[in-house]
Design a protein. Structure first.
Length: 251
C-alpha cells in the first residue's frame, strides 16, 4: 500500500532525508519515530505529495507520486500536526467542502460526510462552529478531513498532541478502528508519527525509526518487546548508537 523508494530531500547543502526505503502493507499501523529534526515530517510530506523528493519516489496504493500524482494523492489522507481547519465554518459544512475538493462525487458526498461524522464521533456537533469546539473535537475534525474521501492510506502526524488523557484514549481507539473496521468498512493503512511512545506500544504493529535523515530501525513490536525491553529503551539505544557512530567517524 505504501512504498518509499530511496527517498532523499535536500535543503541547500543540508540533507534532511537520506535514501529512506520501506514498505507498509494493507491494514498495518506503523509507528514512525525519531527525535526532533530527524526528518519525519519531511518524509511524511513527500509520501503525501505535498513536497517533492530530491531523489527517489513514493508509491501509494500502486500510484507513483511522481508519474501519477493525482491518483496517488487521492489515495492518501493526511493529518498534519496542525490540522488544516477553517474555524469560522461549521463541522458538517467543512467536511462537505473537503469532500468536494478531494474529488468525492456530488451524488456521494452526503453519505461520505455522514459516515465521517459517525466514525469520528462528530454527529452531535455537526452544526457547531469549529472555532468554538474543544481541542479534542477539533482534532476529530482534523481526522475527519483526512478520511472523508475514504482513502486506503492515512498518514497522521502527532494526532493526540495537546489532548487530555480521555481525549487521547478516544483518538487512539478511533485510529485502531480505522485499521480494523467493522464488516464492510474500508481497512486503512496507517503511518502514525508521535513522540508518545506508549501510544505506539498501544496501537502499532511495527516501528520505523529514523535519525539524522536515515532509517535506523524497522521491526515489529513483537520483535522489539522481546526480552522485556520497552520502546523507550529501544529508542534511546538506537539514537545513542547513531550518535556514537557519528563521533567515531569524525574522530
Amino acid at each position: 500500500m505504501i512504498e518509499a523508494r530511496g527517498i532523499s530531500r535536500r535543503y541547500g547543502d543540508r540533507l534532511a532525508v537520506d535514501g529512506i526505503s520501506f514498505e507498509v502493507a494493507r491494514g498495518e499501523v506503523v509507528g514512525f519515530l525519531g527525535p526532533n529534526g530527524a526528518g519525519k515530517t519531511t518524509t511524511m510530506r513527500i509520501l503525501t505529495g505535498f513536497l517533492p523528493p530530491t531523489d527517489g519516489t513514493a508509491v501509494i496504493d500502486g500510484h507513483d507520486m511522481l508519474t501519477d500524482p493525482l491518483r496517488a494523492r487521492r489515495s492518501v489522507g493526511y493529518l498534519p500536526e496542525i490540522p488544516p481547519l477553517y474555524p469560522e465554518m461549521d463541522v458538517e459544512g467543512y467536511l462537505r467542502f473537503v469532500a468536494s475538493i478531494k474529488g468525492v462525487p456530488r451524488a456521494d458526498r452526503r453519505v461520505a460526510v455522514e459516515r465521517t461524522l459517525v466514525r469520528c464521533g462528530l454527529a452531535d456537533v455537526r452544526r457547531r462552529v469549529i472555532g468554538d469546539l474543544s481541542k479534542g473535537y477539533r482534532q476529530r475534525v482534523g481526522l475527519g478531513q483526512a478520511i472523508v474521501h475514504d482513502p486506503p492510506v492515512l498518514i497522521l502526524d502527532e494526532p493526540t498532541v495537546g489532548l487530555d488523557p480521555v481525549q487521547i484514549r478516544e483518538i487512539r481507539t478511533l485510529i485502531a478502528n480505522l485499521a480494523r473496521p467493522e464488516a464492510g468498512g474500508t481497512q486503512h493503512t496507517v503511518i502514525l508519527s508521535t513522540h508518545i511512545l506508549s501510544e505506539v506500544e498501544a496501537i502499532c504493529q511495527r516501528v520505523i525509526l529514523i535519525h539524522r535523515g536515515r532509517k535506523r530501525l524497522d521491526a515489529s513490536m513483537a520483535e522489539l518487546m522481546q526480552g522485556g525491553s520497552g520502546l523507550e529503551a529501544v529508542f534511546a539505544r538506537e539514537t545513542a548508537r547513531d550518535e556514537s557512530e557519528t563521533e567515531a567517524s569524525t574522530a
